[in-house]
Design a protein around this ligand. Structure first.
Ligand SMILES: *Cc1c(COP(=O)(O)O)cnc(C)c1O
Length: 397
């Protein structure tokens, strides 16, 4: 039985009648740029994330870019970010003319290692950009302490963490700006590109609203240069339909994650990542995995509400591609998020050496990770099939 990595139709087609009605509503309104649909979507997103303000923008990448612009970050500035993340995190920093300074990550939760970030601070460091990778919050208390102690702005790359929380507080509300994406593979999966910036500060949110519309305020007056970072009214209206199901989507993913762990954790050679070994918390013990461990399953910290945008395995001992080949041969979708740590990307090779210091954990993860289907509509039988193929591979390994 083939199992895709993601099945957008399984999520969207049950809503087809509602979505079609919304399309008709917007069509007949004749209003396609900003307006009530956008404002309503923003209010609903603010409520869901717990942020005071939310501004819909053209993509997650533009959410990051606009946030950096709003903070006045540019040439001569450095921004700390993890090396193990999607490219857009660092691409946005580079686009404003600042230097992304790559930091290592935690082998347990995959997120920014704040000790590594601290070691890379300089007089030029203006901001820190933690990423809540795969749907689990980064170590935000440690990030906040580092930022407060050094006068840094905090921009959360929450592209994969819409609806996730950290110690009961919403991802995207923990720094100066929170940046989300509605790319179809994200937890609130859109019908094209879209994004959101959240902020608890009204002045900052208003600034962001101006920047997304060419810095214009009032009409045809431009005190500064922004861009066209607007999200379509039609897209906002369509996503309002899916927004109501967001908690159910996250719960479906969480149930799938629990089931995978139940099915796989009992096998010899399989271990669940141990949160006590988290590098980004103060604990620095050696990892307790034994030599015979071939597979490490992902774990959620108790203090996090993990929304499981990805269920990411670590395949140890250089055997990742063998498992991937096996899954592909059986028609099971899987993907390597992400195969090349950003400090190794060709486009960054001319950055100052300070920005490109060693990130051994990021390098190791890039060679080990493999994400498997966890989307909420994944059926029990499909999940059992994926688990069975993995189990057979583990036993043979
Ligand atoms: C998806 C993603 C982005 C970019 O979002 P787009 O909407 O595709 O521009 C940024 N950062 C991370 C971590 C992402 O996963």
């Amino acid at each position: 039985m083939p199992v895709p990595l993601l099945d957008t139709n399984a999520q969207n087609l049950p809503l087809e009648a509602e979505l079609t009605a919304v399309f008709t509503r917007v069509l007949r309104s004749g209003r396609f740029i900003l307006g009530e649909e956008v404002a309503d979507f923003e209010r609903e997103c603010a409520a869901l994330t717990g942020a005071a303000h939310a501004v819909a923008v053209s993509s997650g990448t533009d959410a990051l870019l606009a946030s950096l612009m709003a903070l006045g970050i540019g040439p001569g500035d450095e921004v700390l970010c993890p090396s193990f993340t999607f490219f857009a995190t660092a691409g946005a920093i580079h686009r404003v003319g600042a230097v992304p300074v790559f930091c290592d990550v935690c082998p347990v939760c995959f997120n920014l290692d704040v000790n590594s970030a601290r070691a890379r601070l300089t007089a030029k460091t203006k901001a820190i950009m933690p990423v809540h990778l795969f749907g689990q919050a980064a170590d935000m208390d440690a990030v906040a302490r580092l930022a407060a102690g050094n006068g840094l702005a905090v921009i959360e790359d929450a592209a994969q963490a819409f609806g996730a929380t950290y110690q009961g507080r919403g991802c995207g509300t923990l720094g100066d700006f929170g940046c989300f994406s509605f790319f179809p593979s994200k937890n609130l999966g859109g019908f094209g590109d879209g994004g959101l910036v959240t902020s608890n500060d009204e002045t900052r949110a208003e600034h962001l609203r101006r920047l997304r519309n060419h810095g214009m305020h009032p009409k045809y007056h431009h005190a500064e240069v922004g861009a066209n970072f607007r999200m379509d009214a039609l897209h906002c209206a369509l996503l309002r339909v899916k927004l109501r199901h967001c908690a159910d989507y996250a719960e479906g993913r969480r149930q799938n994650a629990i089931r995978y762990t139940e099915e796989l954790a009992q096998l010899p050679g399989v271990a669940v990542a141990d949160p006590r070994q988290c590098r980004c918390a103060e604990a620095q013990d050696q990892e307790s995995r034994t030599r015979s461990t071939v597979l490490a399953l992902p774990a959620a910290y108790r203090h996090n509400h993990h929304i499981w945008n990805q269920y990411t395995l670590r395949v140890l001992g250089g055997r990742r591609d063998s498992l991937r080949d096996q899954l592909v041969a059986r028609g099971i979708g899987c993907e390597i998020y992400y195969p090349i740590p950003l400090h190794r990307q060709e486009c960054f090779r001319r950055l100052p050496p300070h920005a490109l210091q060693a990130c051994p954990v990021a390098e190791q993860l890039a060679g080990e990770v493999l994400s498997i289907p966890v989307y909420p509509e994944l059926g029990r039988e499909q999940l059992a099939e994926v688990a069975a193929v993995i189990a057979a591979w583990v036993i043979a390994a």
